[in-house]
Design a protein around this ligand. Sequence first.
Ligand code: AKB
Length: 314
Amino acid sequence: MHTKILIIGAGGQIGLALTRKLKAIYESKNVLATDLRADEENEILPLDVLDSQALYTFVKTYQITEIYHLAAILSASGELNPQKAWKINIDGLFNVLEVSRELKVSKVFFPSTIAVFGDHIDQSNCANYVPLLPKTVYGISKVAGELWAAYYFDKFGLDIRSLRYPGVIGYQSLPGGGTTDYAVDIFLADFAQKPFECFLAADRALPMIFMDDAIDATISLMQADKAKLTVRTSYNIHAMSFTPSEIAAEIQRHNPKFDIIYKPDFRDEIAKTWPAIIDDSLARQDWQWKPKYDLSKLVQVMRDNIHQLASKQQ
Ligand code: AKB
C-alpha cells in the first residue's frame, strides 16, 4: 500500500524536525503535517486532535496509512495545568486510537517519556520493565497511554509503536514546557554571551538525546519488522546522561567565559523523580537502536548550529 503519513503536533519541538525528515524519505506530497494552528511557513495544516470528527474526516479524506501523534503537554506545563494536560494527552490519544482502529490505519507512533518512572526505581540503570509510579500528571498520562497502546495492539491488532524519549536537544526547533528544556536554553545563553540561569540543581543527572538520534530512532522503530518488536508498551532509548554542571563544563571547553548560575525551582523536584540512565537493551536487540551522539559531539553540533534557533527567537 502507498504510504500516506499524518503528523499531529507537527509544530512542536520534535514535530518540526521529524516532518522534515519524513518528507525527505517519503516525498512532501505523502506527508501531511498538522497542528492546532496553521503555519504557512512550515506547511502545517490546522487540525485539533480533540475534535474527533475533524480527525476522522482528515484521515478518511487523505487515506492516511500512518499516524505520528506528537501533540502533548509536557512535564513542567502539565504541573501548572493538570486538567488541561490530562485532557490533551489522554483524550487526544483516544481519538487517534479510535480513528486508527475504525479506518484501519496500518501504523501509529505514540511518544512516551522518561517521566513514566518514579523515584522508586534504580536511577542509575532503569530497566524497560519496572513498576511505573510517576510523580507528574504528564508521567501518569503517558503510563496510561502506554497501557492503552498495548491494549489496542492486543485487542484490535492496531500496530502502535512507542519510544520513551529522554530530554531531546536540537537546534532545529524550540522546546516548550519540559523539565529538560534547560539543555537547549543553555546553548542560546552561550550564543548570546549571557550567563545562564539554570532551573535544575548542578548535579541533577538526566538522560538526554540529540535531535537527529531521536528522529532516527523514531523512524527506525516505525520501519522495523513487526515480527521483531517485543515491546508493545514503549521502548527505553538511551543516548547520554549528564548534569547541568557537566554540560556547562563541556561548553566552557569551547567558551571559557561561559557562566552558569543555579536557581533550582519546581522543575528540579520533577527531575529528582526521573532516572539518570535508562537501560535500552531491548531497543538495541529488537531493532538495532544505536545513538551516534555523545556529550562532546552534541555540544559541538549545537554550538555550530545554534544561530539557526537564535534567529527564530527574534
Ligand atoms: C519533559 O521534560 O517534560 C520532556 C520529557 C523528558 O518527556 N522533555
